[in-house]
Design a protein around this ligand. Structure first.
Ligand code: NOJ
Length: 497
């Protein structure tokens, strides 16, 4: 028995579950707590009340084999019809804010602003008003991956007019909701849009154009974000007085050894993932990170391209994009080890950002994971990342707009999520109090179990379980609801027992 307890203690320390290491300081007074979702993942009502088709509607209907369980988001949590019940649950959680996204085709069925669907405007007005009536601030993501199909037919994000289309959509939403929404997020995780949507093609629109379409996507998506920011800043901020920014996803990459090569490789991987999108917007200098420009140029030459595959910003664009975010909005889940990849892949017809970066990454299998094997619990990586953002992006205000743990959707006793949330929030407190990082808010991803893109319903990130076989889609709180509610109420963590 003694031996068993001893083993447990060793395991607890390795996994970072040692309760004595939990930071028990209070969250700062201005720190806000919330939870998050996105339109395609939770709303359902895919063709209700005049909504147009988007790329995810199309993708899941046309290629069900690309989704782990062959299912789709047609109904999912049905939040379109159940938003009032959702707000009751949010109120019970005690959150200060709720982050959700707007379905572009619910508002503009063709993607263009010549025809506004009043039912879509009404739905979001109702949701926003219901939240405000319950003392919950709406934090609104303008674009979370569900591009209008009509725009995709014209090339979607890779069309050079994408920034115009996104600006037009942004104008409609600022005009309709900006009197009450004071916290805007332009685009969610451009990296996933470009890598999964335009390189590996595992996400809609399913384009496989690594290192080419992928980089055109990077360029257009960042420009579109900047257009939306400038529009808000010039034409709406003076009267609406809100804030607006970009959401990037960054994981932490820990050098595998102390060698200069591996230290540089870890930094390079951070720059390829996080800096690719973050550097043009948040850094003082603007533009893509120099190391990204150098490595892409080098490989482009090996591959016989006459110039770099990167779509470079002009000096004017660099200036226009730089500083277009009032804060850093960060989605973060996990950590990897990184080592320099010494083998230079010879000529290939299939370039990609992964080959360009020349970094080998992996995880320690002893790090606890949920059902999504890669999303392992590594809180110390979170703390290091927050410090990296502070150092690289001029000490910004940081809002963690997503952070969460995956389970199989079947169990209300989500011990893994309770541990994950406590440990990550503890690391966040360490970042605030020990490293001086200005972290201002945290959103637990996610509010409900939902449609998890290519994984369908095989994975749940929710604080609440949803019964997807019941037409009423009942929601049940998991154990993590109790933990998160008490953290918000006491503004303090409780040691893990
Ligand atoms: C990031 C995305 O924004 C969200 O839509 C997704 O569900 C989570 N990561 C988990 O994979």
């Amino acid at each position: 028995m003694k031996r068993l307890l001893g083993l447990f203690a060793v395991a607890a320390v390795i996994f970072g579950l040692d309760s004595t290491s939990i930071n028990l300081e209070k969250f700062p007074d201005d720190f806000i707590f919330g939870t998050a979702s996105s339109a395609y993942q939770t709303e359902g009502a895919w063709n209700a009340d005049g909504k147009g088709e988007n790329i995810w509607d199309h993708f899941v209907h046309k290629f069900p084999e690309k989704i782990a369980d062959g299912r789709n988001g047609d109904i999912t949590c049905d939040s379109y019809h159940k938003y009032k019940k959702d707000v009751v649950l949010l109120k019970k959680l005690g959150v200060n804010f709720y982050r959700f996204s707007l379905s572009w085709t619910r508002i503009l069925p063709t993607g263009f602003p010549h025809r506004i669907n009043q039912a879509g405007i009404d739905y979001y007005n109702n949701l926003i008003n219901e939240l405000l009536a319950n003392g919950i601030e709406p934090i609104v993501t303008i674009y979370h991956w569900d591009l209008p199909l009509e725009l995709q037919k014209l090339g979607g994000i890779t069309n050079s007019l994408f920034a115009d289309w996104f600006e037009d959509f942004s104008r409609v939403v600022f005009e309709n909701f900006g009197d009450r929404v004071k916290f805007w997020l332009t685009i969610n995780e451009p990296r996933l849009i470009c890598v999964f949507g335009h390189s590996t093609g595992v996400f809609a629109p399913g384009i496989q154009s690594g290192g080419i379409g992928e980089y055109l996507c990077n360029y257009n998506v960042i420009k579109a974000h900047a257009r939306s920011y400038h529009l808000y800043h010039k034409s709406f901020r003076p009267t609406q007085k809100g804030r607006i920014g970009l959401v990037i996803d960054c994981q932490w990459y820990e050098p595998a050894t102390n060698s200069t090569e591996d230290i540089e490789a870890a930094e390079r991987k951070l720059q390829f993932d996080c800096g690719f999108y973050g550097h043009p917007v948040f850094s003082k200098k603007g533009d893509y990170p120099q190391v990204v420009k150098d490595f892409v140029a080098e490989r482009s030459e090996i591959e016989g391209f006459p110039s770099t595959r990167l779509v470079l910003f002009t000096q004017q664009e660099i200036e226009y994009i730089r500083g277009t975010s009032d804060f850093v909005a960060l989605n973060h889940y996990t950590t990897y080890y990184a080592a320099n990849d010494k083998t230079i892949t010879p000529f290939t017809e299939h370039p990609s950002s992964a080959k360009d970066s020349r970094v080998h990454i992996w995880q320690d299998e002893d790090w606890p994971s949920g059902i999504f094997p890669e999303f392992r619990t590594v809180p110390w990586g979170f703390r290091k990342l927050l410090k990296w953002l502070k150092d690289n992006y001029d000490d910004p205000d940081i809002y963690v707009t997503e952070n969460g743990f995956s389970d199989d959707n079947k169990n209300l006793h989500d011990r893994g999520r309770v541990n994950y949330t406590t440990l990550y929030l503890s690391a966040l407190l360490d970042a605030i109090y020990k490293d001086g990082v200005k972290v201002k808010g945290y959103a637990a991803w996610s509010f409900l179990d939902y449609f998890e893109w290519a994984s369908g319903y095989t994975i749940g990130f929710g604080l609440h379980q949803v019964n997807f076989t019941d037409p009423n889609r009942p929601r049940l709180p998991k154990d993590s609801v109790k933990t998160y509610t008490s953290i918000i109420k006491n503004r303090k963590l409780t040691p893990i027992d």
